[in-house]
Design a protein around this ligand. Structure first.
Ligand SMILES: [Zn+2]
Length: 339
């Protein structure tokens, strides 16, 4: 699935929004701060939202992220970020921050937010009224606010932001992010050589949900991804086979989000899913790779540097797992057709 398929398979407002978060330009993290602010402020259709009304949320998110991860842009000339860093984040007076934010913080953000690459998406979440320093919200944004996916959308922005800034801090083009999953905490982490310890990058649930869009990988039931009791991180090839197949079982390539019911002992438990889900898993991994997800490099390292190799890798490990997994499992019913 490439990004166009992703966007145009359905014309749901959620898909366009997710497209912006996943594929929009990634030269700085402003768009994440902007997206989070809009989802928090929940402006209704027709509302003219002034930039100074967005500034408190927007700057708060940027400052929070700057504290943990000073690299928030790939551009050396980002004056707004440099101003925040140079002044010492802690010591900046709140009024100065807001003033600076309104003056420079939204440049190339509000006008570019609704683009993917150079192309504007076909719908508008707002119209930008530059002269009056405001955005005027549309019906589409109201539809997004009414979406039953709203909570997931919010946590996806945060997950994506964490992954992107971590990729930047490591320099994704020259370094490999070796991401591992913490089974108990449901976190993805890397081992940071510089500080000599592991660094959590994001919740596994949030990072995996961009593809699944809040649906169970197996039965397509709708899940609240915020709720760890309801949404499980499942090892497609059962975790218990780590003893036989090795550490690779804990790789991101093997993790999917499953509803509580599918992951229960009476259902999938530690069984292998039927072969058709292996095809789905392959599609998911190819999607993350083609969408330039920050986990792209990790997936390539774990499963192969060509589509053919990755397919063979999955088939091979599935074949190795079969003798130890009993009769392959499948859910009794598919509750919704996935898009
Ligand atoms: Zn399920």
């Amino acid at each position: 699935m490439n990004k166009n398929d992703f966007l145009y398979l359905d014309s749901q407002v959620e898909s366009y929004w997710r497209g912006l978060i996943l594929f929009g330009q990634n030269s700085a993290s402003y768009k994440f701060a902007f997206a989070k602010s809009l989802l928090e402020l929940k402006p209704e259709s027709g509302k003219a939202l002034k930039l100074y009304e967005i500034a408190p949320n927007y700057s708060k998110h940027l400052i929070e992220h700057l504290k943990n991860s000073p690299k928030q842009t790939t551009s050396k000339s980002s004056t707004f970020i440099s101003a925040l860093v140079q002044n010492g984040i802690e010591s900046i007076n709140q009024n100065q921050v807001l003033e600076e934010t309104v003056k420079r913080g939204f440049v190339n953000v509000v006008d570019a937010f609704q683009n993917i690459g150079q192309t504007k998406i076909p719908i508008d979440f707002y119209h930008y009224d530059k002269r009056n320093k405001q955005v005027v919200m549309t019906d589409e944004f109201s539809k997004l606010l009414q979406s039953n996916q709203l909570e997931n959308l919010y946590s996806e922005v945060e997950s994506r932001w964490n992954l992107v800034e971590h990729a930047w801090s490591l320099g994704i083009t020259t370094n490999v992010i070796a991401v591992t999953h913490d089974v108990d905490e449901n976190l993805l982490f890397t081992f940071d050589q510089k500080i000599g310890r592991r660094k959590n990058i994001t919740s596994s649930r949030g990072a995996l949900n961009g593809y699944q869009k809040g649906f169970c990988f197996y039965c397509s039931a709708k899940m609240n991804v915020e709720d760890g009791n309801e949404t499980h991180v499942d090892h497609f090839i059962p975790f218990k086979l780590k003893k036989i197949l090795g550490e690779t079982v804990n790789g991101v390539w093997n993790l999917v989000l499953s509803c509580k019911s599918c992951n229960s002992v009476s259902n999938k438990g530690s069984r292998l899913p039927v072969q058709k889900f292996l095809i789905e898993l392959n599609k998911r991994n190819e999607y993350l790779i083609s969408s330039h997800h920050p986990l792209k490099e990790t997936l390539i390292i774990q499963t192969g540097d060509s589509q053919q190799k990755r397919k063979e890798f999955l088939n091979d490990i599935y074949t190795k797992a079969e003798p130890f997994s009993g009769i392959p499992w499948q859910p009794k019913e598919i509750r919704f057709e996935k898009i």
